[in-house]
Structures are given as C-alpha cells and as structure tokens.
Design a protein around this ligand. Structure first.
Ligand SMILES: Cc1cc2nc3c(=O)[nH]c(=O)nc-3n(C[C@H](O)[C@H](O)[C@H](O)COP(=O)(O)OP(=O)(O)OC[C@H]3O[C@@H](n4cnc5c(N)ncnc54)[C@H](O)[C@@H]3O)c2cc1C
Ligand code: FES
Length: 274
C-alpha cells in the first residue's frame, strides 16, 4: 500500500562530509516496505526543485518494544534535495511517498543471499539484511568504496549476522581493488550445488560486471537501477530503461513501475546511462 505522509525527522546521523543517515517518522510507509523498494521525498513546502527525488528505503526503524516507528535513508549529497536532506534537523518535516517499485525477490531456501554494494548502493541492502536475518537465513555483503572513509554502517550489517567482504580502491580497508574481485573468488570457490542469489546496487559498471559474473557462474542476479525519476508513479516516462523480452527482442519499461529491481540478465546494459 502506497501512502504519502508528512514525516518528521527523528535523527540525522552525519557519516562524512557527503553522507548521512536520516531517520523519518513514517511508520505507515515502513510497515509495508519490502527490500529494494523506494520512496519519493522532498522537504515539506519546497518548490525548488519542484519534483521529489527517489531514495531506497535503508532500514526499518523499530522502538524497544519492536513497534515500527519509521524508516531511514542513506543519503549522499550531490545536489539540491540531497543537500537539504544532509542539512535536515530533528523536527523538520519531509514529504515521503511510498513504498514504491518492485522489491527484490527473496532467495528461495536453501539459496544464500549475497549482496554486492558500491558506494551509496549500500542503501538498497540494510532492509534486505534485516529480512534475511529475521528469516534465519545467511547473508553475505561484498561492499566496495574508494577508500576506508567511504565504507559506512558496516556494524549494522554485522548486527544482523551478515558476513562482510570489504574492498577499497586505495587498499585503506579490506582488499585493494574492486569489490568484484573478492566476489569472483567466492563464486569460483562455491560448489555449483550450493545455491546463491546475487543482489547488486551501485555504479552501472559494477552492476553490469556482477551480472556478467552471475551469468558465467550460472547464478541468478538482481540489480537495483538508479535511473533519474521525475514522479515515481509511472506518469512522466523520465525513467525508461531498455530490457529484453522473454520471447526475444527488447522494449522500454518504466523503472519506477517495472523496477527499480530487474534481473541482471534482462537489462540491456549498453543502453543504461551513467
Ligand atoms: C530508485 C532510486 C533509489 C535511489 N536511492 C538513493 C539512496 O538511497 N541514497 C541516495 O543518496 N541517492 C539515491 N538515489 C539517487 C538520488 O535520487 C539522486 O542523487 C537525487 O535524485 C539527486 O537529487 P538532487 O536534487 O540532490 O540533485 P540535483 O540538484 O537534481 O542534481 C545534482 C546532480 O545529481 C545527478 N543526479 C540526479 N539524479 C540522479 C540519479 N538518479 N542518479 C545519479 N545521479 C543523479 C544530476 O545529474 C546532477 O549531476 C536513488 C535513485 C533512484 C532512482
Ligand atoms: S519516474 Fe515518472 S514514469 Fe517513472
């Protein structure tokens, strides 16, 4: 069920000069949210920019008695709206429409869940780690960034029992290089009979590489695309993405309705921007 709420900011945890985690009192959105879904948000009363912006639902927030009190966003400041979310203070009001879009398909037991995150792509995975852990299933996170100062919230995944494989381009934390290197080693050393589903979110080049690895090791891959979105509701066609039809050929679909989660194998990667 999609709702549009005026959500009060519960907290703003600054992680670096560009990243923060913003807690929003939006229990009605959080209660229905499934991993991989997103919200369209904007500061209340804002007209510049006019349009809301899409954000993955990072965590479902619960109080000490386990009651759902809201959700959090992992925000990277790149422009006007993300700048305002970075500067938001407790008590500010954010318009929040959601949950929207198609969620990740849960890995069918006994398949393991392997998440692959690059940079702010981590935002798609806290809720997935929470739900895999609640189901008593194992999860593994391959998480890459440029340097140690851009690896965030790892403790949150550890708390859910997720196994971490970290990589940084400069070698300041975890393995030096791209996160696809430890992923490929893990795929190569896992017997074919051991079922694994891969979930990727991050730079297009990384998701494309994960899809290619999944194809070579015969593993199902789901990616969460970050197409620019104007409405999030299917009305503006700003988010179209080219995908393969099961019967052959390709066509365009709206990422806000058909996605943002797609099977890696169905995406026509040459046609995906950035
Ligand atoms: C489904 C989905 C989930 C997302 N989840 C998150 C998330 O959890 N956390 C997060 O920080 N960001 C997320 N994004 C990206 C986020 O929506 C953009 O960074 C945001 O729209 C930029 O808005 P702005 O007003 O701050 O920037 P603007 O002032 O509009 O633009 C500033 C710069 O950001 C670029 N930009 C705008 N939209 C995007 C985009 N979709 N992807 C990449 N660059 C963009 C512009 O081209 C421009 O260069 C998500 C995007 C999608 C589609
Ligand atoms: S964002 Fe408007 S149609 Fe998808």
């Amino acid at each position: 069920m999609t709702v549009d709420v005026a959500a009060e900011v519960l907290f703003n945890r600054r992680l670096s000069e560009a990243y923060n985690v913003l807690g929003l009192a939006a229990p009605d959105v959080a209660r229905h949210a499934r991993p991989g879904q997103f919200v369209m948000v904007q500061r209340a009363g804002e007209i510049d920019p006019l349009l809301r912006r899409p954000f993955s639902i990072f965590e479902r927030l619960v109080d000490d008695e386990g009651r759902v009190i809201g959700l959090s966003l992992l925000n990277k400041r790149v422009g006007r709206t993300t700048g305002r979310l970075y500067d938001a203070r407790p008590g500010d009001v954010i318009r929040c429409l959601g949950p929207l879009g198609q969620p990740f398909t849960p890995a069918p037991p006994p398949a393991d869940t392997w998440m692959v995150a690059g940079g702010v792509g981590l935002a798609a995975f806290a809720l997935l780690a929470q739900s895999v852990s609640a189901a008593g299933r194992p999860a593994r996170l391959f998480y890459g960034a440029r340097h140690a100062g851009e690896l965030f919230c790892t403790e949150l995944f550890e708390r859910e029992g997720t196994t971490l494989d970290l990589a940084t381009e400069d070698g300041s934390a975890g393995e030096r290089g791209l996160v696809t290197a430890p992923l490929e080693r893990a795929l190569a050393s896992t017997p074919a009979g051991h079922d694994v589903v891969l979930y990727a979110c991050g730079p297009t080049a990384m998701m494309r590489a994960v899809s290619a690895l999944g194809a070579s090791y015969k593993r199902h891959v789901e990616v969460s695309l970050e197409q620019v979105m104007g409405c999030g509701l299917g009305g503006c066609y700003s988010c179209v993405v080219r995908v393969r039809r099961p019967a052959g050929g390709t066509h365009f679909v709206r990422s806000c309705l058909a996605g943002p989660v797609f099977a890696g194998a169905e995406v026509v990667w040459e046609a995906v921007g950035h």
